[in-house]
Design a protein around this ligand. Structure first.
Ligand code: SF4
Length: 322
């Protein structure tokens, strides 16, 4: 599908048409029975970040950086709860040394046996700069210490117009895609996403999807909407049918991304179920101890499996890297 075709579909096709096409494509790739999910625990190692994005929830909390002892405690708790992996993420904190990151990865992966997904592109970019080493060298070190995949977080919508509105101090599209490309070169797995619901137009959405498709190498893609509590730039209500149309378009547009995830945590169960008939094949994750949005999501393995069965599919628990 070309960008022009995608734009035309986004503007003119009905959501039901797109959903049907996308569901057919999902069946060709994944069959019609299975829907996958994973179970992980997020450890936010610091909430200090010099980038200061307007929508970041970190800025409303008391500043902290976890010690290795505290990270161990959290990880052991996660093990008891049945987490399959740790999602280790924080901010761009100039007070943290490379040794800290390497020790934390060794602790989580080598010692406690967790697969670790960690560090968004903006964290990696500034970590390399702060440690005065090249990005490839940094990624080699992190990988040797136990990093297996990176979240494609912080992309939102990467057109210059939307970056100015949403997060002017974050990485540009060129920088973000460059970091992810290098992660893939180094054999790290990853996901990517889009967040809609501000003043983006159809062109911004398609341009963003195209940046991701051109970068290539992602295992999965997750469409999101901005949460209503975001207050530093205009937020609009995203109708359910627009969200479903986006899920469907992503499935049809990304010939090079096998998995389209719907975040039941962010979107709720009703839309989540519909998305599974519009191209999505995965409900993202059961996030243990995710307090912020728990009321909407699934917070245990049994709830995830019940939800998937209730939607008419067979639940399959996967690892963090599929
Ligand atoms: S870069 Fe990430 S952690 Fe830092 S302020 Fe922005 S959203 Fe928050």
């Amino acid at each position: 599908m070309t960008k022009t075709q995608a734009l035309k579909l986004w503007k003119n096709a009905s959501w039901t048409e797109l959903a049907k096409e996308a569901h057919d494509m999902r069946i060709q790739i994944h069959g019609k029975k299975n829907v996958s999910y994973t179970v992980f625990r997020i450890i936010n190692y610091t909430n200090i970040c010099k980038i200061a994005c307007s929508f970041c929830s970190f800025k409303n909390t008391k500043p902290y950086t976890l010690s290795l002892k505290e990270i161990r405690k959290e990880a052991l708790k996660a093990k008891k709860q049945g987490a399959s992996a740790i999602f280790f993420q924080g901010g761009v904190n100039p007070g943290i040394s490379l040794d800290y990151y390497l020790s934390a990865l060794e602790l989580l992966n080598k010692e406690l046996g967790f697969p670790v997904r960690a560090f968004s592109p903006v964290e990696l970019f500034h970590m390399a700069k702060g440690s005065k080493i090249s990005l490839p060298r940094l990624l080699q070190k992190l990988k040797a210490a136990g990093l297996s995949s990176v979240p494609g977080a912080g992309a939102e919508i990467m057109t210059a117009k939307m970056r100015r509105i949403l997060a002017p101090r974050k990485l540009s599209a060129k920088q973000w895609c460059g970091v992810m490309r290098e992660c893939h070169n180094q054999g790290l797995k990853s996901s990517a996403n889009i967040v809609i619901g501000s003043t983006e137009g159809p062109e911004d959405i398609i341009e963003h999807l195209n940046y991701i498709r051109e970068t290539g190498g992602f295992q999965s893609f997750i469409p999101w909407v901005f949460q209503p509590q975001t207050s530093n730039f205009p937020i609009r209500h995203v109708p359910g049918v627009e969200y479903i149309k986006l899920v469907a378009l992503c499935r049809l547009f990304f010939h090079n991304i096998p998995n389209i995830e719907v975040s039941v945590l962010g979107m709720g169960k009703a839309l989540g179920e519909l998305a599974l008939y519009a191209g999505a094949n995965d409900i993202s994750s059961v996030v243990l101890e995710e307090r912020v949005m728990r009321s909407q999501g699934v917070s245990s393995v049994s709830e995830a499996e019940e939800f998937i069965r209730g939607a008419g599919f067979n639940p399959v628990r996967r690892g963090i890297n599929y």
